[in-house]
Write a protein that binds this ligand. Sequence first.
Ligand code: PLP
Length: 397
Amino acid sequence: MQVRFAGRTLLVGVMKLPNFPSVEEVVNTLKPSYPVYCLRPQTIRASAKLFLDHFPGRVMYAVKCNPNIEVMRLLYGAGIRHFDTASPREIALVRENFKDADCYYMHPVKGRAAIQLAHEVYRVDHYAIDHVDELQKIIDITGGGDASVILVRVKTPQHKALFKLADKFGCEVDEAVELLRRVEKSGFQPGLAFHVGSQCQEPEAYASALQVIDKVIQAAGVNLHYLDVGGGFPVDYVNDIPQPLTDYFDVIKRSVSQLNLRRDCTLMCEPGRALVASGCTLIVQVHLRKGSNLYINDGVYHSLSETMVCGLELPMRVIRKVASEAELIPFRIYGPTCDCTDVLQKTVLLPCDVHEGDWIEIGQAGAYSNSMSTQFNGFYPETFVTVDSPPLLPDRH
Ligand SMILES: *Cc1c(COP(=O)(O)O)cnc(C)c1O
């Protein structure tokens, strides 16, 4: 937007990203030797709508998954008004850009200065904890109660998930009972939260987690104001095609209906991956081919770091004016840095005639990609565009 101020024309607000009808047009126009993130606004809106229409409660976006401002704006525009934040910077990002959105401080371990900032400057009033000392910190800094909400994070049973979070956070049932009572006694509205692990492959994981929640509720005799089933909702990868999200919502609905909750208890979820993974693809370029080894301009220190931890396979295709008829053969993919660990774990099937200068589109690149990129070795993918054509997805068998 342009405004006149003191006799000058100023540009305020954020400029729109360049838009292209297709990924082919991005390549034709930019001929990029650097990686390009191609956002799919319609896909991000559709993912938000799926959650808002079908999840039986409040939908909170886990900002760490992709804090890009355009992604955040698309989610906000689609109706997401709640944001799961874990650091002062994430809190500021939400509060400074979306004045009427709610910010939840869902990291169970927070620095005192960060709590103070969240409370005094940004007026955050939902906090997660999993230890009595953390409760004390919040009481010390905020003065207690004040109609704020404290969610006790509970450890839930291990299920098949690519990233297991139960080792690091969450307390056992007995501790949770004790903590929940203290939360209520200290004047806060009590809630319970858990996270079954990211890219959770079994809907039943939520059912068994909610059985643990049931135990805590029964034993504590505390009226819950909030129940937060966390994130973990999966998306399709080449080597991992989960059940549809509605199966997960059905399991949650069924399990929650069996709990003894007050009528006005607010149910919440905190999806990250499932809201944004498919809404962005990445264009990379082949900078050298040595036999069946390809050297590309993005890698595990940048947008593809998540593939390192659990070997997830992203869909890839060579971008050509005329689709290649060449036979598909496996390639080893090396990233741009001088580090020998900058290589994808799994080989990728690509046409045997792929060569230096070719561009490759990588799908499902909206989650934990730009948010986890370092600036190691002087590489830092930071170009975003929007594209109208549908994103690249793995085949659903
Ligand atoms: C990372 C995280 C999420 C998002 O998890 P996804 O698996 O991406 O849905 C939600 N809540 C908390 C507390 C997290 O740490």
